[in-house]
Design a protein around this ligand. Structure first.
Ligand code: CA
Ligand code: CA
Length: 639
């Protein structure tokens, strides 16, 4: 067996970074696995497919597989192989020895003629027990053991109880496939090399489905199109050395130690945001390869994920002790800066700016030459500004931006970062402060894509400030000149809408205080802005917002017909509009109001409402409006 000695030496010489890339040590240092014959008593069935489907395991008297369709035979890697063209398979029956719950291994040689159906099957005992098959519509293979995972499958992507390969086997070449379950982990080997591993804590479910080679008894239409040879079922978990023997090899040469392969598998899960799977593989490294250098990577990964989970679940008091421990335990580990960087990022997303900044500063101080220190040098002053804004220290914001600009002068992300400070201040209604920030972007980075966004927001800040002050007589002329001056600016429509929205929100807050005259006044002003958008600006999604807002205003003013007209334009012009379901509900209500006011006959109003609510139910059955529409229909529609 190979050893990890060469990697330990690399760590000693301070070169562990090469391990992180999972790169190969080509040439003399390659690892190899020497074949070991599997235990013959563990062989449950073997189909050599030498012109027939006899079970040659010899372990027990066993009937031959029954050929279905008309499969043929052709040269295989071991004598002959069976040849399926998409409508034939071998029925191996349903023996009790196929009910393998705690451990099993399934192996086969395969050659794909065509992947033309999803989950095309090498061998399976239905979907409810175990299967070796094409992974969905991908070009690789999966080994699935139903029952081993507690999680449910959401219908797309990787099945929780399956290990999925990465090697494309749809290349017209022979590949050896082995699926292994050892009672706690699922493994998939392709050509004797580990491709995937996943924790599977529970036992494999038993099903009554026959074992089929080349098809799935539970789900028809997954017939294999290609060749299969030497199919074996074992009742225990074969080692890699035993798989080498099954393949008929004396040894398998590996490009990297298994611990490195496992860590790369964990990183693959991490990248796919399958964090529990990633953690499971890291735990496997700790159990099986505790002395490998990857044990450190694995332990650090687990610690990092645990801290991220603490932040996500808002257990902030537990974060610092865990973080301190991680910093001590992995003080010199090359993955520590990355771990700290992601923890800082999570803090920042949770708006724990002080904590985030502290970690960025730690990275800069402790690992000045690490690539993550370069990133932290931008993030530390950036998060500091967010901290100042969040804590209300507005006076310190501009000097802090000055410092950020000075420290990160050549960083191309700086204009965007500054622009977003403006958005943050704007959201807090700090319009003067936001304006200064936008002016800086427009002036100092005039050729940056954020400059035009800032340009249009500068006058917008003045207008919003006027509304905020209550001295708003100049607002509508301000909107007119905004439209005139920024006609070609892609952010114009959104900016104008924000002004209408501001009036609309003010109306809501007056209404909450029962100040109905003031509320009505604000709604009228909001409507004027929306009408300007509708009549003067090119059609965009912001026009849809304007129609929606205007329709609501008309409705409140009692102009139901106008409201209905606007909702209809909205639904016709933007069929995918996010709140189309809400527009439909309000449109139906407007018809009912017309009926109440005697402006429309009962039958016509009810017919229109019925059509609209049926449309709502069929298009948006899961929307919040659906139950309301359903209740109305059940009361008003008689069959
Ligand atoms: Ca056929
Ligand atoms: Ca054969």
């Amino acid at each position: 067996m190979w050893k990890d000695t060469s990697f330990r030496l690399l760590i000693l010489f301070g070169l562990p970074l090469c391990c992180l890339t999972g790169k190969v040590f080509a040439g003399g240092t390659g690892q190899s696995v020497v074949a070991v014959a599997p235990k013959s008593v563990g062989l449950v069935a073997q189909y050599k497919l030498e012109g027939n489907a006899a079970d040659t395991s010899g372990v027990q008297p066993a009937p031959a597989g029954i050929l279905v369709g008309s499969p043929t035979y052709d040269a295989g890697p071991s004598g002959q192989a069976i040849c399926f063209d998409g409508d034939d398979y071998v029925n191996c029956g349903n023996r009790s020895s196929f009910n393998l719950t705690s451990q099993l291994t399934v192996t086969a040689w395969i050659k794909v003629n065509k992947f033309d159906k999803e989950y095309q099957t090498i061998i399976s005992k239905g979907d409810n027990s175990w299967r070796l098959a094409r992974a969905g519509k991908s070009n690789s293979i999966e080994f699935a053991c139903n029952g081993t995972a507690a999680a449910k499958w959401n219908g797309t992507g990787e099945v929780p109880w399956a290990v999925v390969g990465t090697t494309s086997v749809s290349d017209g070449k022979w590949h050896h496939i082995a699926g292994v379950f050892d009672g706690s982990t699922l493994y998939l080997y392709i050509n004797g090399v580990l491709e995937a591993a996943k924790s599977g804590a529970n036992s494999v479910s038993i099903s009554n489905h026959n074992v089929l080679i080349g098809a799935n008894a539970q789900v028809p239409g997954r017939d294999w199109n290609g060749l299969i040879d030497d199919v074996r079922i074992y009742d225990y978990a074969l080692s890699q050395a035993e798989i080498a023997s099954v393949m008929g090899k004396s040894q398998i040469n590996l490009l990297e130690p298994v611990s490195a392969t496992l860590f790369n598998i964990a990183k693959r899960y991490d990248k796919a945001k399958k964090f529990e799977e990633a953690k499971g593989v890291c735990q496997l490294i700790l159990q099986r390869h505790p002395d490998s250098p990857y044990a450190g990577n694995a332990q650090l990964y687990i610690s990092k994920r645990d801290i991220l989970s603490l932040i996500e679940s808002k257990k902030y008091t537990e974060v610092q002790p865990a973080l301190d421990k991680m910093m001590v335990d992995f003080a010199n580990h090359p993955d520590l800066p990355e771990a700290l960087y992601s923890i800082a990022g999570r803090h920042s997303r949770a708006r724990k700016f002080e904590e985030a900044e502290g970690i960025y500063r730690d990275i800069i101080q402790r690992f000045p030459n690490d690539p993550y220190a370069v990133k932290a040098k931008l993030n530390a002053p950036k998060i500091h500004v967010y901290y100042l804004i969040a804590s209300g220290n507005y006076g310190e914001v501009q000097p802090a931006i000055d410092k950020l600009v000075a420290d990160c002068m050549y960083n191309p992300d700086v204009p965007g970062i500054i622009y977003w400070f403006g958005k943050e201040l704007e959201a807090l209604k700090r319009y003067e402060d936001a304006k200064s920030v936008y002016q800086r972007v427009a002036r100092d980075y005039f050729d940056n894509p954020h400059a035009p966004k800032a340009d249009v927001r500068i006058p917008k800040m003045d207008i919003l400030a006027l509304i905020e002050s209550g001295n708003d007589s100049a607002v509508q002329t301000g909107v007119d000149s905004l439209i005139a001056n920024f006609r070609d600016n892609p952010d114009l429509a959104e900016s104008v809408f924000n002004i209408g929205e501001e009036y609309y929100n003010q109306a809501a807050s007056y209404e909450a205080q029962n100040l109905n005259v003031e509320a009505g006044d604000c709604l009228r002003k909001a409507l004027v802005v929306c009408e300007k958008m509708i009549t003067q600006l090119p059609k965009s999604i912001a026009t849809a917002w304007a129609y929606n807002c205007a329709a609501d205003c008309y409705s409140r003013f009692g102009q139901r017909k106008k409201a209905i007209e606007y909702y209809q334009v909205l639904l016709d012009g933007w069929p995918d509009y996010e709140f189309a379901w809400n527009a439909l509900l309000l449109m139906g209500r407007a018809y009912q109001d017309l009926k109440e006011q005697g402006e429309l006959s009962e039958s016509e109003a009810d017919t229109r409402t019925m059509e609209i609510y049926q449309q709502l139910l069929s298009k948006y059955p899961d929307s919040k409006a659906a139950p309301i529409a359903k209740r109305w229909l059940s009361r008003h529609v008689t069959n």
